[in-house]
Every structure is written in structure tokens, then in C-alpha cells.
Design a binder for this molecule. Structure first.
Ligand SMILES: O=C1O[C@H](COP(=O)(O)O)[C@@H](O)[C@H](O)[C@H]1O
Length: 264
């Protein structure tokens, strides 16, 4: 906990823990400490830290990570960066998750360019998903990425994920057939309900094989989703995508600000 901040409220449900912060500023500080602590642990244990990022509002909440005391003390040279989902647009397009992360985070730290795994934006959505999955398999062969002994899917050290007001995570949308994909590591969608329509996305077996996942929800627009996931009564028997994050052998932590937790 950074000095001068209020400790978060803590709620648990099943295996998940929800941390509720007074405001987004405190959430951002705590997320930076959580990430820095995991970076230290994995860099010491394995000499590398594999980090998966979403796009969207999550990226703004990463801002404290590049500031003192974390920015100067993190061993950025050992980080490997991946995207949990990407819009199939050029990397300099305003809709690109790569651009969002580059502008808000990567441009401010010294992660070697060869350890930043962006999609091949010259391919179709199907081609880009195949290509990204091949890239992950190559990194498994190189020993950069480990496989989960339990699931056989890649086991990333940390996923930092946002969620949509409809409960989607990555590009896995409510009611979509991709929610049931259980063979591919990376797949694609040509009809995303949220524009742009063409995207690639990690699948649930990969997300759920992670060692650590932080799900970040900020603002009143996320209050219904947080309520559905953590409210005492289940408002629906149909699980939202974000409720399908159930780690096989990992630790899931939700980070919410007061506004996102306002319906609990
Ligand atoms: O389209 C997307 O949306 C989600 C959620 O975004 P948010 O702005 O509501 O937090 C994001 O996590 C995902 O990476 C992105 O492609």
C-alpha cells in the first residue's frame, strides 16, 4: 500500500477477491504496487516476466507503474508484453490496442522492442490470429513462455485486464460462440458487437491458465457487471464473460473503484 492511502475494502466470492478503492487514483497506485511486486517475484524466479495487457480504460490505470518508485526500480529488460486482444487495424490507427498501450505505457519504459509482441496488422483477422498463435508457440519452444502442466495451454505470469460495461473481457462478448472455444490459443472475430468488427483474442483456456489475473473495473458504467459478479443474489443464471474467468491454478484479483462497486 502506498503511504497516505486508505486501505481498500475487501470482498470475497468463491476464489475471487474484490478490492474496492475510494477512487481511481488509489486503485492505480495499488495496481502499480501489485504489478511491481509480481515483476520482482517472477524476474527473480525465472529471469523473465510475461505480461498480457488489454486495451480500453485499463491502460490509463497503469499510469502509476511508470512513476517513482516503480518506474526506476522495475527490471523492464526482463518484461515480455502481449495483448489479450487486438483490433485488426494498422498499429497507428486510433482503434489499435497496441497504439493505446504504446502511447500510455510502453513509450515511457525501456522494454526491448523484440519483447513486445504486437499482431501482424497486414493480415486478415483469421491470418493475424494464426500468426499470433504461432508466435506464442515459438516462444514456448524458446522457453520464454511456459505451458501449464495442468491444461497444456500457455501459462502467462500476469494478465492485466479491463472489462466492458456488458461484461466482455478481451474480445469475448456475451452470448458469442467464441466463449466455448476450447482448442485454439488465439482466435478471431469478424462481427464484434463493439466496433471495430475485426479482432483477434486469446481464448478462455489461455486466460484461465494464467498464474495471476487482475480484473480492473472503474466508473459507474461497470457497476452492473460488478454487482452481477459479486452481489449477494445472482441476478442472472447466464454467466457474463468476466464471470467465466476461473483460474485453473492461479490467483484472480478484482480491482474496483467506489463508483464501479456502487451497486454492491
Ligand atoms: O474493446 C475492448 O474493450 C474492453 C473494455 O474496454 P473499457 O474501455 O470498457 O475498459 C477492453 O478490455 C478490450 O481490450 C478492448 O479491445
Amino acid at each position: 500500500m502506498a503511504s497516505g492511502t486508505t486501505p481498500p475494502g475487501v470482498l470475497t466470492k468463491g476464489d475471487s477477491e474484490l478490492l474496492v478503492f475510494d477512487n481511481e487514483e488509489e486503485l492505480s497506485n495499488s495496481l502499480a504496487k501489485y504489478t511491481a511486486d509480481l515483476s520482482k517475484k517472477f524476474c527473480l524466479e525465472k529471469g523473465a516476466f510475461t505480461v498480457v495487457l488489454s486495451g480500453g480504460s485499463l491502460v490509463k490505470s497503469l499510469r502509476k507503474l511508470v512513476e517513482t518508485p516503480y518506474g526506476d526500480s522495475i527490471d523492464w529488460g526482463k518484461w515480455h508484453i502481449f495483448w489479450v486482444d487486438e483490433r485488426v487495424v494498422p498499429k497507428d490507427h486510433p482503434d489499435s490496442n497496441y497504439k493505446l498501450v504504446f502511447d500510455g505505457f510502453l513509450s515511457k519504459v525501456q522494454i526491448p522492442a523484440g519483447q513486445v509482441y504486437a499482431i501482424n496488422d497486414s493480415l486478415s483477422a483469421a491470418g493475424a490470429a494464426d500468426d499470433y498463435e504461432s508466435c506464442l508457440k515459438h516462444l514456448v519452444n524458446e522457453g520464454v513462455l511456459l505451458l501449464s502442466p495442468a491444461t497444456g495451454f500457455p501459462k502467462f505470469d500476469l494478465m492485466l485486464l479491463g472489462m466492458g460495461p456488458d461484461g466482455h473481457i478481451a474480445s469475448l462478448f456475451p452470448g458469442h460462440i467464441l466463449l466455448t472455444e476450447n482448442e485454439r490459443w488465439v482466435t478471431f472475430i469478424n462481427n464484434s458487437p463493439k466496433p471495430p468488427p475485426e479482432r483477434i483474442t486469446f481464448t478462455f483456456p489461455v486466460i484461465n491458465s494464467s498464474a495471476y489475473v487482475a480484473l480492473v473495473a472503474t466508473g459507474a458504467g461497470k457497476a452492473d457487471v460488478v454487482h452481477q459478479a459479486f452481489g449477494s443474489k445472482n441476478s442472472s443464471s447466464v454467466l457474463l464473460p468476466v464471470q467465466m474467468v476461473k483460474l485453473d491454478n492461479g490467483i484472480l484479483t478484482w480491482f474496483a473503484d467506489k463508483a464501479a462497486a456502487s451497486k454492491l
